[in-house]
Design a protein around this ligand. Structure first.
Ligand code: ADP
Ligand code: MG
Length: 714
């Protein structure tokens, strides 16, 4: 068995199952190892028959709540729950033939309570289930009429079940048609078939930080023997994620450092520099932090080596204009530049913004849009123009890095909301030019010490100041009874000429999920608000053309209320919007709420963020109130962590940063620091080695990196 082989080479995987795995992003045997469980179930405690009723009624709901975070849908039938019942066999099992198969039934009875158990095609059970002996039966329990039913329960001796009480059962991300058992069985097969005994992490490092061996970790992340084993497994694998990431970044930095800046940017002293002109004519003055950042960028652009710089600045700090000015420097010097955004909506907004700026300040350079939703013809036209104009600004999504996109004279690439992209994508865009300058922008609130570790390959500029004259957003957390007041408030703001966003967690009604959805909510608001207020909806499942149209109309105030999912979470800039109302706010991470709130408070008017907490939970309210206390993204993240405590593995992911599979840079900050130290020692050692040994370490590092897989949510 090889890690790189396709999963179809495994037993029991036909074409159909293969496709289902592909839908989960699992293609190779290696991928399946990295398909970690999303959560774990405990073996249920043994319940006597007489207590089954109570269990079904109460535990059913609690179980659902605990594992999905969702309340059971109102009006649904009593849920089937997984239960373990212990009973003595007082009546012999009975085997009968039905529809070409043999069905074994067993009736258990304790006082008045009866349970019927059935197994298909297992007639031999008759001899196992001996009269007078005790067993534990584990399976899905339902109630039909007066008695309980279980189909195909698993059978254990009480001793065996006792010994398994501490194990945890993995819950994987599933797609329709791919059952829990299939996924577990497949992973079991891979764990048994692969030789995972080689541990690539040096023994000293493992000893030093008390890290489990790789094969133990990978076994126990999937099938934990007990809770402590799971914790050990997570610790080791999180260390690995960070370690691999930092090694990869470190190697990239080394490569970059050797690259000489071959571009000749016009000297800054030159009169008539476009960017200078624009800066003077802007309706606002750049903040000191923006000026300093631009200066740092310009020093790099004209320096000896190519630039590798991160611009970190909280939402609304004005990163876009800084990027635009740097791109203008490139254009005037006769070079192309590209700006990559993580969503179509954002790419479109940047494109329009740049086009308008160029028109307004009479700068004659082509601004080219390149996104996945362009028609083939439009794309061809964009490619042609990219070949034709050596000083173009290209703005787009990941379409910018697709094979067909080729540039002429690309000197500067900017990625906006960099945390949404992986290192590899950053690299691909880099490879599009003959080693262009790289500028990445991020609003992720991370402390400088962590930023230095995570972006070790980059120099960092911080925009730590928001434009003056801007009022902090006023926030409040309210219950659903305040909805009507909120709508009245919305009406008042709109009467003043402003606009509003309303965020719902779902696109459309979802079975069993009690949360607001944009489709129904939009209709509801249309009814609720006066006809002169235009309400429209926006979500990720809409066609791009439609999305863009809605965004444009919202930007022009032809739509006053935009009911949207979190597609507008990053980057969107409509300064006239002053209200952000978030339904089911407790469902979102605080960092995400902070980003959402960052969509308002962009103009000069006072803005508001109304978070509707639709639960009665005190914990949820407390969490949300952290947002009331501060507008500082980093403070919010830190407080959230304090409140939840570091042991909270499966809470809402705080950072979503770089999409580590298990690691979270806040919760696992210690591991991140340790991994960073060790990775740098290895890189350091590697630099000192002779070529031949160097190859050896490189091969090993290559092995680490092989298993690194990056997820990008676009
Ligand atoms: P972000 O850093 O979140 O990407 P943007 O670049 O979208 O922020 O800027 C937010 C808004 O602030 C935009 O409308 C922009 O025109 C405006 N802006 C940028 N810099 C300044 C400034 N120095 N003074 C006033 N407004 C500014
Ligand atoms: Mg932005």
């Amino acid at each position: 068995m090889e890690k790189t082989s396709g999963i179809a080479t495994l037993k029991g995987i036909g074409a159909k199952t293969e496709q289902l795995f592909h839908n989960l992003g699992v293609y190779t045997i290696g991928d399946i190892l990295l398909n970690y469980p999303k959560d774990y179930d405990k073996m249920p405690p043994v319940t006597p028959l007489s207590e089954l009723s109570a269990l079904l009624e109460s535990a059913g709901d609690a179980h659902n709540l605990m594992h999905t975070g969702q309340e059971p849908a109102a009006g649904t039938q009593e849920p089937a729950i997984t239960a373990a019942i212990a009973a003595r066999i007082d009546k012999a099992p009975f085997v009968r033939a039905a529809r070409n198969m043999q069905v074994t039934s067993l009736t258990l009875q304790e006082q008045h309570v009866k349970a019927d158990l059935v197994w298909f095609r297992m007639p031999y059970l008759k001899s196992t289930l001996k009269l007078g002996s005790w067993f534990v039966f584990l399976g899905k329990m339902t109630r039909k009429g007066g008695s309980f039913h279980m189909e195909q329960p698993q059978i254990f001796t009480p001793e065996k079940y006792q010994s398994m009480q501490n194990s945890l059962w993995p819950c994987y991300a599933l797609t329709a048609g791919l059952g829990k058992n299939k996924v577990s069985q497949t992973i079991r097969q891979v764990l048994d078939g692969l030789d995972l005994s080689v541990d690539y992490l040096p023994e000293e490092i493992r000893q030093k930080y008390g890290l489990a061996e790789y094969n133990y970790a990978i076994e126990n992340i999937h099938f934990p023997e007990h809770e402590n084993a799971l914790e050990q497994a997570r610790k080791r694998l999180i260390f690995d994620e960070f370690f691999q990431f930092i090694l990869s970044a470190g190697m990239q930095k080394e490569q970059m450092e050797e690259i000489v800046n071959d571009f000749h940017f016009l000297p800054l002293e030159q009169k008539g520099l476009w960017a200078e002109q624009v800066m003077e004519d802007l309706p606002y003055k750049l903040t000191e932090a923006q000026k300093r950042t631009l200066q740092e960028i310009r020093r790099d652009l004209r320096g000896r080596k190519v630039m590798q710089r991160l611009v970190q600045g909280d939402v609304g700090s004005g990163k876009t204009i800084v990027a635009f000015l740097a791109m203008l420097d490139a254009a005037q010097s006769g070079y192309q530049s590209a700006l990559m955004a993580p969503t179509e909506v954002l790419a479109m907004q940047h494109y329009q913004n740049f086009t308008e700026l160029c028109e307004k300040y009479e700068i004659h350079i082509p601004v080219i849009l390149l996104t996945g939703s362009l028609t083939a013809k439009e794309k061809r036209r964009a490619y042609e123009r990219m070949q034709l104009y050596q000083n173009a600004m290209v703005v787009g999504t990941h379409a910018l890095i697709q094979e067909q996109a080729s540039y002429d004279n690309l000197a500067l690439v900017v990625t906006d909301e960099q945390h949404r992209f992986g290192v590899k994508q950053r690299e691909s865009l880099f490879q599009k030019g003959s080693q262009p300058h790289v500028l990445v922008m991020s609003a992720t609130p991370i402390p400088r010490t962590l930023a230095i570790i995570l972006y070790g390959d980059l120099d960092i500029s911080v925009i730590d100041e928001v434009p003056a004259r801007r009022l902090p957003v006023k926030s409040c957390v309210v219950g659903k009874t305040s909805r009507n007041t909120s709508y009245e408030f919305l009406k008042k703001e709109i009467a003043k000429g402003h606009q509003a966003y309303v965020i719902c967690p779902l696109v459309e009604e979802s079975e069993g999920l009690k949360a607001e959805n944009v489709t129904d909510y939009t209709e509801k608001l249309k009814q609720r608000l006066p006809a002169e207020i235009t309400v429209e909806c926006l979500h990720g499942k809409m066609k791009s053309g439609r999305k863009n149209l809605i965004m444009e109309q919202f930007a022009r105030n032809e739509i006053q209320v935009l009911v949207s999912t979190t597609v507008i979470e990053v980057g969107v800039n409509v300064p006239n919007a002053t209200v952000m109302m978030i339904e089911d706010a407790q469902r979102f991470g605080l960092a995400q709420l902070h980003q959402l709130r960052g969509r308002v408070g962009r103009g000069q008017a006072q803005s508001y963020c109304i978070m509707i907490n639709t639960t009665d939970s005190d914990k949820a309210r407390k969490r949300l109130e952290i947002l009331n206390q501060s507008n500082d993204g980093f403070f919010i993240a830190a407080e959230d962590l304090k409140l939840r405590g570091p042991g909270d593995f499966f809470g809402i992911r705080q950072s979503g940063l770089l999409e580590f599979k298990l690691g979270d840079i806040y919760q696992n900050a210690d591991l991140l620091k340790q991994a960073s130290e060790e990775a740098h020692l290895i890189l350091e050692e590697d630099r000192k080695l002779k070529a031949e040994e160097h190859q050896k370490i490189r091969a090993q590092i290559g092995y680490y990196l092989e298993s690194q897989s990056e997820i990008v949510n676009l």
